[in-house]
Design a protein around this ligand. Structure first.
Ligand code: ANZ
Ligand code: ZN
Length: 821
C-alpha cells in the first residue's frame, strides 16, 4: 500500500522504541558522551504549543548527536512543586499532589505521543520525597558552609497571595502572579549567600561566551551589576544631644568629590531615623509612610518628581572640609551600596533633579566641553578635565578617580571598593507545596540541621483545601504534631522550621540528579556526574535567562567548592528557542488566539507538527502559527515516505555504480546537514532535505528508476535526516527500505569527499519565458542531457499539455527555454 497514514504509523512505533530502549545511553565509555537537556516542564496542565516547540528543538539535537555516534543522555522530569498546584488544591478542596501528579501523567503521555527520544527510566519529580530528601541534604551542606543563613529584613509582600516575593517576582511594583501591588513587611527569612559568588559568576561567563546567547550573558552581567568605585566616609557633625558619627557613601565617581553639594540617605533606612534632629522628625516620619507604598522600580524611575526631607544635620566632605546638608529621599535605595550618597548634581542627573526641586547648589567640577548642568538642566557625565577641585584640578577623569582614592585612603576616610547589584537569594516561602526547610529551632542550641539519616523531612499529612490558604505564616505551622520535635542535638523540646523552599532551589540541581534519580545514598554520584556533565546542549526559554540559570550556576560552583563536582559551569551551551505566536501575538486566553496542541496533532499528525515547528524559522526566532502550513508539512512527509515504495534495489547494494549526479546531491546534503545541525540551523537542514527528496523523486521518474542504487542511497539518507524531525515517518520509511528498527540509531551516513568536489547548479526551465521548473544538475552537464531533463519535467509536460515543441534554447548549465508550436 502506498498511502501515507500518519495515525497507523503513530500507533505502530512507540512500543518498538520502548522494547528496544532505543533512547537510553549505554554509558560504557565506548562512545563520547553528550548530555542534551530541555528545561524540565512545570505540570500546569497538558502540553501546549510552547512545549511542542521547545521540546522539538531539544529532541532534534538529541537525535542528531545519537546519529553522529555519541552516547546521548536525554532525560525528562518535572519541576513539580509550586504555587499553581496549591491554588488549584485550595479551589477544589484537594491536595496539591492530586492535581500535580495527574497533570504529570497527562504530560508524560503527550510527550510519548510527541515522540520525545527521552530515557524514561530516569524520570524524576522534584515533589517526590526521594528527590526532595536530597534538596534538603544539599541545603544542610550550604548551611554548614555558612551559605544559608537567616535574617530579619523587609521583604516584598503580596497582600493577596500572602507570601513573600523575591525582587525578581515583583514586576513594576506588582506581584508577578496576581498583579496585586506589593508592599513591604519585616520577616525572619532564609537566604543563600549567592553574593559571595558574584565575582565568579561574572568571571566564569568567559567559559560561556560564544556558546550562550550574547543577550543572556548580558542579562546575567547586568543582574550581578558589578560597579567599581569607592567607599568614602563623611563625618556627620554633632547636633544638640546627637553625637557626631561617620556615614559611608558608595560612589563610582570619587573624582567628583569637590562637586558634592549635599548628602542623601535612603529615607526608609534606619539610618535616617538615627540622624534626624527632633525638629525634623515628624516630617521624616510622615515622608517614610509615603515611601512605604512604592516599589524599588518606581523609586528609581528617572522621570519621577524628586521628593525628600531635610534631616537637620550636616556632613563634612573629607577632601575639602565643606559642610553639606543631609537629606532623606526615596531615590536613594536602602539596600544598595551603603544606603547613602554624596550628591553631585552637576554630573548626576538624579542629583541634579533633586537640587533643582529643592534649590540646592550645582557646581561643575569636570569640564566635559558641554554647557553647564546648572544652565541646561542636563548633568554632564562624559570624559573631561577636572576643575575647581583642589589637587585634582587639571587631571582627566580616570586619573582623578585614581588620585581621589589615594587621597582618601591616605586620610583613612575611605577606600577603593567593588559593589554589586546582586542580592542574596531569599529562599523562604510561607507556603505548603514545597521542600520543607530541614532545620530545627532549639531554644538552647539555636538552628540545628536535621541529621542526614532523618531526611527527608516530609510534608505533614492531612492538609488540603482551605487549610492551605495563605495566611502570612506557613500552613505547616498549624500542624502542631509535625512542628514539635526533640532537638537532634540536646533532646530538648524544639520546633521545626515551617517555611518551604523557593522552587528555584529544586530546579538548581535537577540536571545532576538525572544521572541516577534512584540513588539513595547521595544526591548524585560524583564520578558519574563528572562523566556526563557539563550539559552539552541546554534548551529553554529566555524567560529563564536570569534566575534559573544564575541559581544553577551558583549551585554548581558551591558543589565544586565542596568537591562534589569537577566543573564550575553546568551548561556548556545554551539554546533559547523562540515563542509560538498566533497572528503575530503570544497566545493568550484574553486574545482568544490559543491553538490547542492536541487538536493540531490529531489533525496533522505528530510529525507534521514537529516538522512545522522546526521548519518555520531558526530555533531562536518566534514561530507564528498563523503563517505556517502543517498540511504542507504533511504533504512533504507523504512524498518522502513514498520514495520507500519505489526503491527496488536490495539492502546493502553498492551505490558506487549509481547515478553520479544524485549521489553528489546526497553526499552534499549529508555533509551540509551535519554542519548546519551543529550550528543549530535546523530549519535550513529541512530545506536541504526537501531538495534531496525532490532530486530523488526526479531520479526515480526520469533516470534508471527505483533500481538505481543511488536512489536507495539517497532514500536511506532521507530516512536518517528526516528521523531528526519526523521520527514516525522516518522509522516507517526505514522499514519500507528493508531495515529493522530503529533508524534513530542507524548512524549518520558517511560522506565520500570525492562526491563533494563536483558542485551542482540550478538550471532554470522556462516555457515561453515563464519559469516552470528548476533542476539541480552538474555544472558540466551536456546540452543534450539538459534538454532531455527539461523536456521530461512533470511541470513542463503539464504546461505543454500535449502541444508540440517548436524550439528548445539551451544555455547549459543554467537555462532552458522551451517554445511550443
Ligand atoms: C557620586 C556620583 C557622581 C555618582 C557622579 C555618580 C555620578 P552604579 O553604577 O549603578 O553602581 N548611588 C550609590 N548608592 C546608591 C543608592 N543606594 N541609591 C541610589 N543611588 C546610589 O551607581 C553608583 C552611583 O549611584 C554612585 O556614584 C552614587 O552616585 C549612586 F557624577 O556618587 B555616585
Ligand atoms: Zn537543642
Amino acid at each position: 500500500d502506498n498511502t501515507y497514514d500518519f495515525s497507523a504509523i503513530e500507533a505502530k512505533w512507540p512500543a518498538v522504541w520502548d522494547r528496544l530502549r532505543a533512547f537510553a545511553p549505554v554509558d560504557d565509555g565506548s562512545r563520547e558522551r553528550r548530555y542534551v537537556l530541555d528545561m524540565f516542564p512545570y505540570p500546569s496542565g497538558d502540553l501546549h504549543m510552547g512545549h511542542a516547540e521547545a521540546f522539538a528543538m531539544g529532541d532534534v539535537a538529541a537525535r542528531f548527536y545519537r546519529q553522529k555516534g555519541f552516547d546521548v543522555l536525554h532525560p525528562i522530569g518535572w519541576d513539580s512543586f509550586g504555587l499553581p498546584a496549591e491554588n488549584a488544591a485550595i479551589k477544589r478542596n484537594a491536595h496539591p499532589a492530586e492535581w500535580t501528579y495527574a497533570n504529570i501523567e497527562t504530560q508524560a503521555n503527550s510527550f510519548r505521543r510527541y515522540a520525545i527520544s527521552a530515557d524514561w527510566d530516569r524520570r524524576l519529580h522534584t515533589s517526590d520525597p526521594e528527590y526532595y530528601r536530597w534538596t534538603q541534604w544539599l541545603f544542610v551542606r550550604f548551611f554548614q558552609k555558612g551559605l544559608a543563613y537567616r535574617r530579619d529584613s523587609p521583604v516584598n509582600w503580596c497582600p493577596k497571595d500572602q507570601t513573600v516575593l523575591a525582587n525578581e517576582q515583583v514586576i513594576n511594583g506588582a506581584c508577578d502572579r496576581c498583579g496585586t501591588m506589593v508592599t513591604k513587611k519585616s520577616l525572619n527569612q532564609w537566604y543563600f549567600k549567592i553574593t559571595d559568588y558574584a565575582d565568579r559568576l561574572l568571571d566564569d561567563m568567559e567559559q560561556l561566551r560564544g556558546h550562550w546567547p550574547e543577550r543572556v550573558l548580558a542579562m546575567q552581567r547586568n543582574w550581578i551589576g558589578r560597579s567599581e568605585g569607592a567607599h568614602v566616609r563623611f563625618r556627620i557633625e554633632a547636633d544638640g544631644d546627637l553625637p557626631d558619627t561617620d556615614v559611608a557613601v558608595f560612589t563610582t565617581r570619587p573624582d567628583t568629590l569637590y562637586g558634592a553639594t549635599f548628602f542623601v540617605v535612603a529615607a526608609d533606612a534606619d539610618l535616617a531615623l538615627e540622624l534626624v534632629t527632633p525638629e525634623h522628625r515628624a516630617a521624616l516620619e510622615a515622608y517614610r509612610e509615603q515611601v512605604k507604598g512604592l516599589s524599588e522600580i518606581e523609586r528609581q524611575a528617572t522621570e519621577r518628581e524628586k521628593t525628600g526631607v531635610f534631616t537637620g544635620r550636616y556632613a563634612v566632605n573629607p577632601l575639602n572640609g565643606e559642610k553639606l546638608p543631609v537629606w532623606a529621599a526615596d531615590y536613594v535605595l536602602a539596600d544598595y551600596g551603603t544606603g547613602a550618597i554624596m550628591a553631585v548634581p552637576a554630573h548626576d542627573q538624579r542629583d541634579l533633579d533633586f537640587a533643582r526641586a529643592f534649590d540646592l547648589p550645582v557646581r561643575t567640577v569636570v569640564d566635559t566641553g558641554a554647557e553647564d548642568a546648572a544652565a541646561t538642566g542636563t548633568a554632564t557625565t562624559g570624559e573631561g578635565t577636572l576643575v575647581n577641585s583642589g589637587e585634582l584640578t587639571g587631571l582627566d577623569k580616570t586619573a582623578a578617580i585614581r588620585r581621589a582614592v589615594e587621597l582618601i585612603e591616605a586620610q583613612g576616610t575611605g577606600e577603593h571598593t567593588i559593589n554589586y547589584r546582586l542580592r542574596d537569594w531569599l529562599l523562604s516561602r510561607q507556603r505548603f507545596w514545597g521542600t520543607p526547610i530541614p532545620i530545627i529551632h532549639c531554644p538552647t542550641c539555636g538552628e540545628v540541621p536535621v541529621p542526614d539519616d532523618q531526611l527527608p523531612v516530609t510534608l505533614p499529612e492531612g492538609l488540603r483545601g482551605e487549610a492551605l490558604a495563605p495566611k502570612g505564616t506557613s500552613p505547616l505551622a498549624a500542624v502542631e504534631e509535625w512542628v514539635n520535635v526533640a532537638c537532634p542535638s540536646c533532646g530538648g523540646a524544639a520546633r521545626r522550621d515551617t517555611d518551604t523552599m523557593d522552587t528555584f532551589v529544586d530546579s538548581s540541581w535537577y540536571y545532576l540528579r538525572f544521572i541516577d534519580p534512584t540513588l539513595d545514598t547521595a544526591p548524585f554520584d560524583t564520578e558519574a556526574v563528572n562523566r556526563w556533565l557539563p550539559v552539552g546542549q541546554y534548551v529553554g526559554g529566555v524567560e529563564h535567562a536570569i534566575l534559573h540559570l544564575l541559581y544553577s550556576r551558583f549551585f554548581t560552583k558551591v558543589l565544586f567548592d565542596l568537591g562534589m563536582v569537577s566543573f564550575t559551569e553546568p551548561f556548556s551551551a545554551l539554546l533559547n528557542q523562540g515563542q509560538v505566536l498566533n497572528g503575530g501575538k503570544a497566545m493568550s486566553k484574553s486574545l482568544g488566539n490559543g491553538v490547542d496542541l492536541g487538536e493540531q496533532l490529531d489533525r496533522f499528525g505528530v510529525d507534521a507538527v514537529r516538522l512545522t515547528m522546526v521548519f518555520a524559522s531558526p530555533p531562536e526566532d518566534d514561530v507564528d502559527w498563523a503563517d505556517v502550513s502543517p498540511s504542507g508539512s504533511a504533504k512533504f512527509l507523504a512524498r518522502a515516505w513514498r520514495l520507500g515504495g519505489d526503491v527496488t534495489s536490495a539492502v546493502g547494494t553498492d551505490p558506487s555504480a549509481g547515478d553520479r549526479a544524485l549521489r553528489s546531491i546526497t553526499h552534499r546534503t549529508v555533509a551540509d546537514a551535519s554542519e548546519l545541525m551543529e550550528a543549530n540551523k535546523f530549519n535550513v537542514v529541512i530545506a536541504k532535505l526537501m531538495e534531496l527528496v525532490n532530486a530523488t523523486r526526479k531520479a526515480i521518474d526520469t533516470g534508471a528508476g527505483g533500481a538505481d542504487p543511488a536512489v536507495r542511497e539517497a532514500t536511506e539518507a532521507v530516512a536518517v535526516i528526516l528521523g531528526l524531525f519526523a521520527p514516525y515517518t522516518a522509522e516507517d520509511l526505514w522499514e519500507r527500505l528493508g531495515h529493522e528498527a530503529t533508524v534513530a540509531t542507524a548512524g549518520w551516513p558517511v560522506v565520500d569527499p570525492a562526491l563533494l568536489t563536483q558542485d551542482t547548479v540550478v538550471a532554470v526551465v522556462q516555457v515561453q519565458g515563464k519559469v516552470r521548473d528548476r533542476l539541480t544538475v552538474s555544472p558540466d552537464i551536456a546540452e543534450d542531457a539538459l534538454r532531455e531533463l527539461a523536456l521530461a519535467s512533470e511541470q513542463v509536460q503539464r504546461v505543454l499539455d500535449g502541444r508540440d515543441v517548436r524550439t528548445v534554447i539551451v544555455r547549459a548549465p543554467k537555462l532552458v527555454n522551451i517554445v511550443p508550436a
